[in-house]
Design a protein around this ligand. Sequence first.
Ligand code: SAM
Length: 328
Amino acid sequence: MANSGESLCEAAREGDVEKAISLIDSGADVTYFDKEGLTPLMHAANHGHSQVIKALLDAGAPWNALSPSNVSAGDFAMENGHQAAFDLLLNTGIQAELILGTIARKENAKGKSDSDYLADRVNFSEDKVMDSKSKAVMMAWEKPLMEAHAKAICSKGGDMLNIGFGMGLVDTAIQQYAPTSHTIVEAHPEVYNRMLHAGWGEKVNVKIIFGRWQDVLSQLGSFDGIFFDTYGEYYEDMREFHQHLPQLLKPGGIYSFFNGLCGGNPFFHVVYCQLVSLELENLGYSTQFIPLPVKDCLGEEIWEGVKHKYWQLDTYYLPVCQCIEDTE
Ligand SMILES: C[S@@+](CC[C@H](N)C(=O)[O-])C[C@H]1O[C@@H](n2cnc3c(N)ncnc32)[C@H](O)[C@@H]1O
C-alpha cells in the first residue's frame, strides 16, 4: 500500500481536493518529497489544481520548497501558465515574507554583516571584481543594465547619488549625463583607492565619500536621482536604506536599485519584486519595473571561475521608483 505522502502527491496530481483534505486530516505529511524530489504542492501547481493548492497551503505546505533542479511550486505554475495557481502561491509567498520573512532574515543575518567582505582583499580584472572567496562583487556583463539605471535616475538631471562604486560602470554612465553634482559612496578601501587612482577624485562635479552608507548618511544631502547597489549586504540592509529615501530623495526625484533579488529562481524573483514594491509603496513610492532581456549577454563562459552564479534569469526588471504624489 502506498504511504500517505505518496497518496497525497497522487491526489494533488489528480486535483482530487476531497481526497487531499481527507489525507491531510488523517495526518499525511504536506512537506513530503517523493522519489523525484517533488512535494504535493509542486504536483498540484504543475497541474494547476488551485483548490488542492489552497488546502495544502492552509495545512502548512512550504510554498518555497525546491525540487532537486531548484524548481518551486510557483515555478511549476508559472511555466505551465496556471494563473490562478500562480496567484495563490505568489500571495502566500509575499505574505510569508512580509510577516515571517523579516524575522527569519534578521535571524539569518545575525552576527554576519558586510564587515567580513569589507576587511578582505578584492581582486580586479578587466571583466570583474571578485571577493576573496571567488564570488563576484561586480561583473562587466551588467554594463548595459548599469547604463539603463543611469539613464533612469538622470532623466531629470540635477544632483545624483550612487551607493557602491564596484567597477564604476553606473558612475561612468551617470557622468555622461553631466549631472550638477555626482556623489559616490564606497566602503571598500581597495575599491576606493582604485577610484582615486583612476582619477575619480579630480572630476569637478564628483564628490566621493569613503565609508559604509550606514555610517555616512549625515554627510549626504538630498538628490534628484539615487542608485543603490552594494555587495555583501542583505535585503534587510536595502530595506533599511529605503527608510531614508524620504530625506535623501528630492521631490520629483527618481530612485533605482540593482534588482538582483533572488536572481537564481524565477518565481522567488517575482515574489521579491512584489515585496520590495509593496514595502516601497508603504513609504510613499511607486515602482515601475522595466523589462530588459539579458539572455544574450550571459553565456556560460562568463561565469568561469566565479563561485556563485548570482543571476540566472532571462529578463532583468529594472526598478524605477518615484514618490507617489509626483506621479499623480
Ligand atoms: C555590486 S558593486 C557596485 C557596482 C556598480 N553599480 C557598478 O556599476 O560598477 C557593490 C559595491 O558596493 C560597495 N559596498 C558594499 N557595502 C557597502 C556599504 N555598506 N556602503 C557603501 N558601499 C558598499 C562594494 O565595495 C562594491 O564596490
